[in-house]
Unconditional design. Structure first.
Length: 345
């Protein structure tokens, strides 16, 4: 088994200079002192991709083995494929977050790091810096490799996580990744920064969309607020979802008898109800303060014709997702069903 210790000083210096890491240590060899990245030792016998379909080949072996590696690879093609697929879904993540997805226990940070170093040497991933942590993302070549692998559909001209990190948006993106990782289930069910166009001048961009049936819809929308938006702007974003839920289009040739249909059903045709918006409040460890923010927001959006659930991120991270509790601040499911019946009539 390859040594699982953290980066030594030489590797760190090369990383900062944008050069590929030095050759991996031989099996059993000791490496340098721990870095500041919070890496931990790999647990033996880690199983790849929690919640994945064992029959699905996500290794992307042909894509990852083709380039001439500048050094001997220390990870398996399967591990590298899982890491790339995860980054394609969450856009940015730390090694600790990635390890929570690609290992059953989430303790194999070294397991994830070896794969990330190999992928970086192949030019498929890179990292930026947020505080003392490395924040990993796919490169443009990595995005192309995932798209060519065929396991997920990559959006044309999608930006890499590098731009978000450079713009100072890493805290928000990493908080979204925290929610996705804690939520669990197949990582391929997620997509971040999903654009929902309403008309030529209006649109609402979801922080993430969970493609998993529930509560009468085939997806759920995820929004995350880190106390960086004013109450007015946060309320406006929820109102934008309401506008999207009410937008219509005319189906039929001009001058002919056609019909008016809901715009959102073009994208989510298998939903009986408009998807619920799950709003996660973060940016503070004070759960009481986050609850007060939820109460103030509920007053701002009173009467909204939209299902909105809210929860504080610190509360969610304290327990498994099957025990999460959400506070309803918009329509109830029953009200949404009544509205849907009226529309159908």
């Amino acid at each position: 088994m390859y040594d699982n210790s953290n980066d030594d000083h030489e590797d760190t210096a090369r990383d900062q200079a944008g050069q590929p890491p030095a050759d991996s240590a031989a099996p059993g060899a000791a490496s340098g002192p721990p870095s500041d990245s919070g890496d931990r030792t790999e647990s033996a016998g880690q199983d790849a991709v929690k919640g994945s379909d064992s029959k699905q080949d996500t290794s992307i072996p042909a894509l990852l083995e083709t380039p001439a590696a500048p050094r001997k690879l220390a990870s398996t093609a399967r591990t590298r494929g899982h890491l790339m697929l995860t980054l394609s879904r969450v856009r940015i993540a730390t090694a600790t977050q990635l390890a929570a997805v690609v290992t059953n226990t989430g303790l194999g940070v070294g397991y994830a790091l070896r794969g990330l170093r190999d992928l970086r040497a192949l030019g498929l991933v890179d990292h930026g810096q947020h505080g003392r942590e490395k924040v990993w993302h796919l490169t443009a070549a990595g995005q192309r490799a995932v798209a060519e692998g065929g396991d997920v559909v990559m959006r044309p001209h999608a930006a890499t996580g590098e731009r978000a990190i450079a713009a100072g948006l890493a805290p928000h993106g990493l908080a979204v990744t925290d929610v996705i990782v804690a939520w669990g289930g197949p990582i391929l069910d997620w997509e971040v920064e999903v654009d929902h166009t309403i008309d030529k001048v209006r649109r609402v961009v979801s922080d993430a969309v969970l493609y998993r049936p529930g509560r009468g819809a085939e997806v759920e929308f995820l929004e995350l607020d880190r106390f960086t938006m004013s109450m007015s702007r946060l309320a406006l974003k929820l109102r934008a979802y309401e506008a999207y839920s009410q937008a219509t289009y005319f189906e039929g040739e001009r001058g002919t008898i056609g019909s008016t249909k809901s715009l959102w059903r073009q994208r989510y045709p298998d939903s009986a109800l408009f998807p619920v918006v799950r709003l996660v409040l973060a940016g503070s460890d004070d759960i009481t303060a986050l609850d007060r923010r939820a109460t103030a927001l509920q007053q701002r959006i009173q009467g909204i014709k939209l299902r909105v659930d809210v929860a504080a991120l610190p509360s969610l991270l304290q327990r498994p997702s099957n025990e999460w509790t959400w506070r309803q601040i918009g329509q109830s499911d029953e009200q949404a069903q009544t509205h849907a019946r009226r529309w159908a009539a």
